[in-house]
Design a protein around this ligand. Structure first.
Ligand code: UD1
Ligand code: MG
Length: 449
């Protein structure tokens, strides 16, 4: 059966104190909206509809950057969650199947939970995701009888008895799309907030003879983000959960609390991550690779057996083949390092291809930018680049070639050749001793005066 995701993302998020709409604030380098959209992917949705309102253009651009096929519907005034869902009606006109309502500011929903909601639809016309709240505060309360959900009461409208209920509404719901659209169209706004409450559809559904049930999840999954301090806590929570998952999957983290992961970091089994490593977005580390302390990686791929760091920086487009080594104070950008390549000290490699087993000496720089254009450096297999070589791109160094230390290489070096580009040395016998005597004498004169 086809599934449509309806993601509510129209709210302003006043308490964020920000010009950025709330759902675009980032956790682990991805907007919260993307976290919700990614969770929904497990249901293989036939349609994804994002309800945008506040700064709708920005929200739309972000949603479509994640999923170019996402449909954006506009809710110009935020009159409540039922009103928000109702805006999706035109986008669902020709759709048959289930709709699942998600919140764009609730990034921690687990895929397993959404699958459970989809499965629970076999037993109930409407499935609501609920949780036992440690502090139920102002959440909507789920009024149940056996495994039937009778209605949801918002805190503001609840009686003392109802406020004593600890089973709360996460806001997520699943139902047949046509039924859902019929129900939200019926919702009124005669309540304490004067809003159209999505939660009212439960009582409306039961009045029509439809059934409603609850799927339970952990409170942490429903954690919403309303302020900067909640965002900071959400980041910590994401990091802790993701570190724990990696460890369970067989990755070694020597000091888990000091490793910062991105929402999409992929690390293979038996890889070893030393303390204080930071992952930006788009990193994949294969099995058995070792990322040493204080390294910073983003948009790169590290193959099996490779060693990175300590103190290395891999920037977007860095591609390290098996068993390559990148050492301290080495920066790599948009460059391929073949199998067994070594660049161990104080080097910048940008816009380059380096063949298998080549050695890049300390202090080597690919001079890739002329102020306007970027140029490539090509280095063949088994080449030896002497320390402190400046490779002025575009330039090609052939297989097995060498460059002399301190060279500025401006033209190609063919396979097997040695390229040297530096001033010839002059040696003046006894000059150092004489110079030192002159200087010392001068100092003595000065001290007298
Ligand atoms: C809602 C639920 C409440 C539940 C709580 C869980 C209703 C009436 N209440 O309350 O039972 O316990 O979530 O967090 O549904 N939004 C729009 N357009 C609107 C209003 C809201 O897109 O007109 C979006 C918001 O951006 C947000 C989500 O819907 O992502 C929830 O809205 P919010 O105002 O936070 O609802 P709560 O009052 O927290
Ligand atoms: Mg809320």
């Amino acid at each position: 059966m086809s599934i449509a995701l309806i993601i509510l993302a129209a709210g302003k998020g006043t308490r964020m104190e920000s010009d950025l709409p709330k759902v675009l604030h980032r956790i682990a380098h991805a907007p919260m909206l993307w976290h919700a959209m990614r969770a929904g992917q497990v249901l293989e949705p036939g349609r994804t509809i994002v309800v945008a309102g506040h700064e709708a253009d920005m929200v739309a651009a972000s949603a479509q950057a994640y999923d170019p096929e996402a449909q954006i519907v506009l809710q110009s005034e935020q009159n409540g969650t039922a009103h928000a869902v109702a805006q999706a009606a035109p986008a669902l006109a020709s759709f048959s199947g289930d709709a699942i309502v998600l919140y764009g500011d609730t990034p921690f929903i687990r895929q397993e939970t959404l699958e459970e909601m989809a499965r629970a639809r076999a037993h109930h016309d409407i499935v609501v995701l609920g949780f036992e709240a440690a502090d139920p505060a102002r959440y909507g309360r789920l009024v149940t009888e056996g495994d039937a959900l009778l209605r949801i009461v918002e805190y503001k409208d609840a009686s003392e008895d109802e406020r004593a209920i600890t089973l709360c509404n996460s806001g997520l719901m699943a139902a047949d799309a046509t039924v859902l659209m019929d129900l939200v169209a019926q919702v009124g706004n005669d309540n304490a907030a004067g809003e159209y409450y999505l939660t009212d559809i439960i009582a409306l559904a039961r009045a029509r003879g439809l059934s409603a049930g609850v799927v339970h999840c952990a409170e942490a999954e429903t954690m919403g983000v309303n302020s900067r301090s909640e965002l900071a806590r959400a980041e910590v929570s994401f990091q802790q959960t993701t570190r724990a998952r990696l460890i369970d999957d067989g990755v070694s983290l020597q000091a888990p609390d000091t490793v910062w992961l991105a929402w999409d970091t992929v690390i293979g089994r038996d890889a070893e991550i030393e303390p204080n490593v930071v992952f930006g977005p788009g990193v994949t580390i294969e099995s058995d690779a070792r990322i040493r302390a204080f390294s910073h990686l983003e948009g790169c791929h590290v193959s099996r057996g490779a060693i990175v760091g300590p103190f290395a920086r891999l920037r977007p487009g860095a591609e390290l083949a098996e068993d390559s080594h990148v050492g301290n104070f080495v920066e790599i950008k948009n460059a391929y390092l073949g199998e067994g390549v070594k660049a161990n000290h104080l080097t910048y490699i940008g816009d380059a291809d380096i063949g298998d087993r080549s050695n890049i000496g300390a202090g080597t720089v690919t001079c890739n930018y002329d102020g306007v254009f970027k140029h490539r450096t090509i280095i063949g297999k088994d080449a030896f680049i002497g320390s402190d070589t400046m490779l002025v791109a575009p330039v090609t160094i052939g297989d097995g070639a060498m460059t002399g230390s301190g060279s500025v290489i401006t033209s190609d070096v063919p396979a097997g050749a040695l390229g040297i580009g530096r001033a010839r040395q002059e040696t003046k016998a006894g000059f150092a001793t004489r110079l030192r005597d002159i200087l010392r004498a001068k100092k003595k004169e000065q001290n007298k005066g």
